[in-house]
Design a protein around this ligand. Sequence first.
Ligand SMILES: C[S@@+](CC[C@H](N)C(=O)[O-])C[C@H]1O[C@@H](n2cnc3c(N)ncnc32)[C@H](O)[C@@H]1O
Length: 398
Amino acid sequence: MASGFARSWRAAGRSSGGGRLMGVGGLCASLLAVLLIAGFLMEWNELLFRPTPPQIKSLSSFSSSDFGILGVPWCRPKNGRKVPWTHADLVQGLQEFVPIYKTRPIKNNRFGMGFDHSFGLWFIARWIQPDLLIESGAFKGHSTWVLRQAMPTKPIISITPRHPEKYLQKGPAYVDSNCKYLAGKNFVDFGNVNWNDLMDEFGIKDRSKVLVFFDDHQNEMRRFQQAIHAGFSHLVFEDNYDTGTGDHYSLRQICDQPLVKGGGHSCSAMSKEGRLRATRQEKWEKAVDIKELCGPAGEWWGVRGEVRDNFNHSFEQITQEQHLENFMLIESHLDLYWELPPVAAPSLTQQSRYDPARTTYPIIRGNETALFDQLGLGNLDKVLFNGYTQMVYLKVFP
Ligand SMILES: C[S@@+](CC[C@H](N)C(=O)[O-])C[C@H]1O[C@@H](n2cnc3c(N)ncnc32)[C@H](O)[C@@H]1O
């Protein structure tokens, strides 16, 4: 399926032990054999012990059994910039957030955010200190409540087809008094909002002081372009589904490219990746094996070669070249890319949905039971840790 162009990009992204062997043709057979074995071991090692992405390298002082062993693709900011916050900031954030989270009005937010992403959104919003928060996709209002906890006095614009007050008739919901709702009969899709008028209404002169949060299950490539077009630069995407999964095309899927470390896939069930994937499904609900990952002609990108959109209500087949073009467009605007790590290791949370083989190391490692309990995380219902889907924060150049 790959064009010559895509293949040359792929080649450019690889540096394997095998390539280096090309220059040793004149050496004796025994030296060649040694190098061949070394090359094989290096490649195997590369797959099994793939380094964590640079932004969390400092956290990897002790290892967990399988975090990231199937690769953690990510988009690369042009200048190699990394987020300013550290592991210690995240732990400190958890310490502050857990007691806040315990006061949430919607205790059961099934189909909405669980603990990990609630923390991530709160942490990012607090760090960025925007003058205005915009959310697309509010459901019963839990994420509006999280944004409010992060920024007690700043205005929020919430874009969602059904007004959260409608849910109040049936049970807990959250309606914010300093929030403009583009909901119900006033609903306008994010892509059709007249941002000039709305920014004037809120007195926003500098759109880099706005944080936009998407949890609306729309094609994230389209949302990204709409946000850039509107001049926003701080974006959070809640459901950043892994390749082969989910109901909309995600940043994680777009960043999954053969030229990126941890990205690209082999569709052979007998490959190292194929064999490793086959072992993951028994334990992890969201793990996909090669049969699920790849379409009939080896289309592994998006979901079996499709761009899914609008809660799976629409989908479109794309070529690998189009998928690569999407990636290049994203990267050309990228200043920062940061996937929230899972809050804690599955051995602590008992979560069994996301496969750690495709994620970065968690904030709280498996051997940090005391810290997990000290932070009050042990008292939370285990089901609250089941919703992790690699929430991502991007800073972009409009
Ligand atoms: C997963 S829920 C959001 C959960 C919420 N953020 C939370 O954490 O509780 C997705 C929401 O997106 C809304 N939605 C659907 N299409 C949308 C669109 N085009 N723009 C904004 N929201 C949309 C749905 O009605 C639903 O309320």
